[in-house]
Design a protein around this ligand. Structure first.
Ligand code: S3P
Length: 747
């Protein structure tokens, strides 16, 4: 047996929480001995019969003797009286903790009893529970996937915090530390107020004459809302009184909000009412994603798949592809820190850009929409962002996390950014390192320089000159954005030109940004002024339709108003070099970005090429689709100088090789590219790919690339893990189906 964490654990009180924790301790043999003291003899007798404790007492003093861990698991208001009795038995090496929902009062009680607090005293609170109570309701998985908050005090010894952290981590919980005051404020809003409202709603109904009817006809809304009113009244009575100040503040906030919505209904103010409801709905959806994130991380389970059946596909039509992801992100970021209002049109309502939008809402920016691609941002200026109450969740979006890293390092508050399973594996040191050189306090707290990213605010940043070691617009942008707040000049030199949306858009917001050769320079301390941003259609999304048309006989597809920023047009150049019939028409400028209508026709088959390395950064997101084109081309296609593909939403070289090989293509990965033996023959449009089930590894662009391959498949293609398509191209299947490629979606 490995050595147990504790010799003797003594529970004082043994309800749902205590007995659940004891189950874990017993199952994992974390203690040599577990005892409990409870008010009723029956409780400890039951606990003993269940094998959860070896000894039970009604006197806490008897329980705590020689214990090295004492856990108060009783109603919070009983704390002081119990502490009074057990204080003389708490030794230098005893860890003393509790599981109560309020912390300020527990610390107050301990101060009164001990005078100077013992170093083993570390208050705690598992954020898990149920409306069921008692020793029989306990279960070993109660805490798994939940958070446990520890509130170490100045007097708390690191060894005590560390051992308690280990104990709670063994339950499958995530342990977070915060101050007592923060804990009580946060819990007042997230737990105490909702319970108070549930009790209060049921009380309101039961006091009505017709209450029987109300309960009889009450539907899901009442049931869902009132579920927690079935919780233990004694416990909640104690919590409400113990956390009185913070709860009263939360109640005041609720009353103000209630009055506001009441007024909007009374005045039939449809627009504002709609706005309040929409904002709440999008915040709730965001919360859903955060909850889902845990499931994805734990189980990596596939939530959606595409199936494409073989047939003679056609691919035709005129389409408006959704807004550019890179530009959409930046419109929210810059609009938020600008002075005045920014109106955005053509905003991409995909999950990635929405994660950025939600992050700025979480930092106190008032943002209206998105509705039909329109977003109005009421900028708060360079020093107007507020501390978010919790970690910012960036979903699948590397752009959000890297650009925000730069912005957040310069703020007056601390932040943490988390992401989904894919983002949690992506390298963040590439941005953290130069930011540290600027004086930022930023940590990549994942195992390999990966998220979560933790930032300590209130640092003074200094401008640097940075030579980018890789061609990355995200890293370039993150540094330039930190530079907005830094002392003096910040400049970034790039090894190759990368997308320049940050530079262009900063200028559109009135900020002076210089580009000289490969170096971009700005000086900190200026301001941004709100403006109107027209987001062009995303050339990276359009690429799937370009390749689709290029590999389909007699196709004719026009993509309207697509962004053709010269730092993004590699895909057009590469397809042209492969012989595709592609024309760029009606070029014009919209909102500071060049756009055009792009027409592609299936009039000639493609040929393999050696892709020029200078095109790589200009087509970096389009390679998965281009590999499909290369598979249909005649002869070999060779890509070099594209190692960055290995650190995108997935390792796009390996994942494409695996899928293409399964579909019968002879291709070989190299460290920085791929060699594809195209199966096409000049003038021959017959199927190229054989049937296969392929994994997208939850990478949106991989999922869409394999879908497009369906146009030239001889048999059924099934693609797993396609739900992330919604991050960048939420209307992909709808538009592809309109063009003539039938994709069946199974959730
Ligand atoms: C982006 C930059 C590129 C690109 C990503 C969007 C941006 O990433 O792949 O989809 O908006 O700045 P890198 O900076 O990692 O090359």
């Amino acid at each position: 047996m490995t050595q147990a964490l504790f010799k003797k654990v003594a529970f004082i009180g043994f309800g749902l929480i205590g007995s659940s924790l004891a189950r874990v301790i017993q199952q994992q043999k974390l203690a040599e001995q577990v005892v409990a003291s409870t008010r009723s003899i029956k409780t400890w007798q039951d606990a003993k019969a269940l094998g959860l404790i070896t000894h039970g007492y009604t006197d806490p003093v008897a329980a705590v003797e020689h214990a090295d861990l004492v856990i108060l698991a009783l109603p919070v208001q009983a704390t002081q009286a119990v502490l009074q009795r057990i204080a003389p038995y708490i030794g230098d090496q005893t860890i003393l903790t509790d599981v109560g929902s309020t912390k300020g009062n527990v610390v107050e009680a301990a101060k009164k009893v001990f005078g100077s607090l013992p170093e083993g005293f570390v208050p705690g609170h598992p954020i898990a529970g149920s409306e069921h109570t008692g020793v029989h309701a306990g279960k070993a998985d109660l805490f798994a996937g939940h958070k446990v908050i520890l509130t170490p005090l100045e007097s708390s010894a690191p060894w005590a915090v560390q051992q308690l952290t280990q104990l709670w981590q063994a339950t499958g919980a995530e342990v977070v530390c915060m101050s007592v005051q923060k804990h009580d404020e946060v819990l007042a809003h997230t737990s105490h107020l909702p319970h108070l409202m549930a009790f209060n709603l049921v009380a309101q109904f039961t006091s009505r004459q017709d209450n029987l009817d109300i309960f009889r006809y009450a539907a899901g809304g009442f049931r869902d809302f009132s579920r927690i009113a079935a919780s233990d009244p004694q416990m909640w009575h104690d919590i409400f009184l113990s956390n009185k100040d913070a709860i009263l503040k939360a109640v005041d906030g609720f009353e103000t909000q209630l009055q506001q919505i009441r007024r909007l209904i009374e005045q039939e103010d449809s627009n504002h009412l709609m706005q309040v409801l929409q904002d709440a709905q999008s915040a709730r959806q965001h919360f859903n994603h955060m909850l889902k994130k845990n499931t994805v991380l734990e189980k990596e389970h596939v939530t959606q798949q595409f199936t494409i059946l073989p047939k003679k596909h056609h691919f035709k039509g005129t389409f408006t592809i959704p807004g550019d992801k890179s530009v959409s992100h930046r419109s929210i970021m810059f609009g938020s820190i600008a002075e005045g209002t920014t109106n955005v049109t053509g905003f991409l309502e995909g999950e990635d850009a929405l994660a950025t939008l939600q992050a700025f809402k979480d930092m106190g920016v008032h943002i209206e929409g998105p509705k039909d691609g329109k977003v109005t941002i009421h900028g708060v200026g360079m020093s107007g962002l507020k501390a978010p109450t919790q970690a910012l969740y960036m979903g699948n979006s590397g752009t959000s996390m890297r650009l925000l890293s730069g912005m957040l390092c310069a703020q007056q508050f601390d932040t943490v950014m988390t992401g989904d399973a894919s983002l949690s594996k992506r390298p963040m040191e590439r941005i953290a390192k130069p930011l540290r050189d600027m004086g930022a306090q930023i940590q990549t707290t994942g195992e390999k320089g990966t998220p979560p990213v933790s930032i300590t605010g209130q640092q003074v940043l200094k401008g640097i000159h940075y030579q980018l070691p890789m061609a990355s617009a995200q890293v370039k942008s993150g540094i330039l954005l930190a530079g907005l707040w830094a002392q003096g000049e910040t400049s970034v030199a790039e090894p190759e030109p990368t997308r320049d949306h940050t530079e262009r858009m900063l200028r559109a917001f009135g900020y002076d940004v210089k580009t000289e050769g490969n170096t971009i320079t700005l000086t900190g301390g200026g301001k941004l002024v709100g403006t109107d941003i027209q987001v062009p259609s995303d050339i990276s999304s359009a690429a799937f339709f370009m390749v689709g048309a290029a590999i389909c006989e007699d196709s004719d597809v026009t993509l309207e108003a697509v962004g053709i920023n010269p730092t993004r047009t590699g895909v057009i150049e590469i397809l042209k070099q492969m012989g595709a019939d592609i024309s760029v028409n009606n070029a014009r400028i919209a909102g500071g970005e060049p756009i055009a209508d792009i027409r592609i026709r299936g009039t000639r088959t493609l040929k393999g090429i050696h892709i020029p390395e200078d095109q790589v950064p200009l087509a970096i997101d389009e390679f998965p689709a281009l590999f499909v084109a290369a598979s249909c081309a005649e002869g070999q296609t060779v890509l070099t100088g594209a190692a960055e593909l290995r650190v995108k939403e997935s390792d796009r070289i390996q994942v494409m090789v695996d899928g293409l090989q399964a579909m019968g293509i002879d291709c070989t990965p190299t460290p920085d590219g791929i060699v594809i033996e195209g199966k096409g023959q000049s003038g021959d449009w017959s199927p190229i790919f054989k049937g296969a089930e392929v994994q997208s590894h939850h990478d949106h662009r991989i999922a869409m690339s394999f879908s497009i391959a369906g146009i030239r498949a001889a048999e059924k293609i099934v693609i797993h893990g396609t739900e992330t398509v919604a991050t960048s191209f939420p209307t992909f299947t709808q538009l592809a189906n309109e063009a003539g490629l039938t994709i069946d979606t199974v959730d």
